[in-house]
Design a protein around this ligand. Sequence first.
Ligand SMILES: Cc1ncc(COP(=O)(O)O)c(C=O)c1O
Length: 387
Amino acid sequence: MNTATDYQQIQQRYEFDVYPKRDITFVRGEGCRVWDDTGKEYLDCAAGHGVVNVGHCNTAVVEAIQRQAEKLITCPGTYYNDAKAQLLEKLASITPDGLNRSFLCNSGAEAIEAAIKFARATTGRTKFVCANRSFHGRTMGALSATFSKAYKDSFEPLVPGFEFTPYNNIEALGAAVTNETAAVILEPVLGEGGVYVGDHDYLQAARNICDKSGALLIFDEIQTGFCRTGKMFASMHAEVIPDMMCVAKAIAGGLPMGAVICGQKVEVSIGSHGSTFGGNPICCAAANAAIEYMVANKLDENAASLGSQLVTRLNDANLSRVREIRGVGLMIGIELRTKARPFVMQLLEEGVITLPTGATVIRLLPPLTITQEEITHLEERLTSCFT
Ligand SMILES: Cc1ncc(COP(=O)(O)O)c(C=O)c1O
């Protein structure tokens, strides 16, 4: 049998690695907990980068995967499928009015990529306006919509026509959007960019600016969607309905899936886009179970109440190392006065998984099934770490 070191050595030898690695081999997960191969338990406040909103190995999701795996594992988009039909109907029922038709794919970047193509095909225009600090994924189109040079430097030239304006700045957005703009692409809360919450009037102004210029409005809800911020989708706080909503991460309870949920204005011709695995029956069955679980267990309310409780308590503790705490629901960024990475490593050593974002921000994206007891434990660990 392989030991921990063996697995790490094998991966080091055979993986074409693009990730800075931590010295841990995870082998099991349940709810908000994961275990490494030495049996050490961790409180996972990163949820696989914001994926398992319904908790690791959620029983409903596991059973749905098992049932579907015995029935039908793959089905091309050229045929109809029961699990897919159920998911499409479900997505229309949980998204705002008018967002009724979804293109299913396999990841966040693919959803952004499709939305860029759909915007170009619908409007016949080629320019896009995005936000400073945005992150939309690693493929060439999604990378073109991403702000940070660090992600893009080795890969220029990217897709032309992308412009960036300061987030939450209505005037700058209004000045950048013209009758040549195909779409404005925004995250309702910047995730990788440091957890900055979009002002409601900024998101509403983005809608008006797009309507006046004939541009489409695309919301990237890949990280903010599926109850993360205390509502099913973060744009619901501002009551703004985009023309396309890109989702992924938490949609299928941990399985790879993405979607572009489209409004009536969006049109592309049959055959102009596609994906071999998009809308895979197992992923659809998992997504059906995950979404049903989120709704039945009111994970939006749990995220809203436990998130605001944690932020209030951390603010009340006046932690000397903390400059500012930002966020909404259980999408929280703790900006430190010094570099974040040493504290991420210290918390990891103490059995708490968090995510750094930028140089000085620690991001918390725990499963939304997190309990009061687990939140209290997290608060205690953070308080002792940042005092
Ligand atoms: C807001 C946002 N958009 C897009 C992506 C890209 O998603 P994926 O890694 O599934 O391609 C991410 C991933 O972190 C994200 O946070």
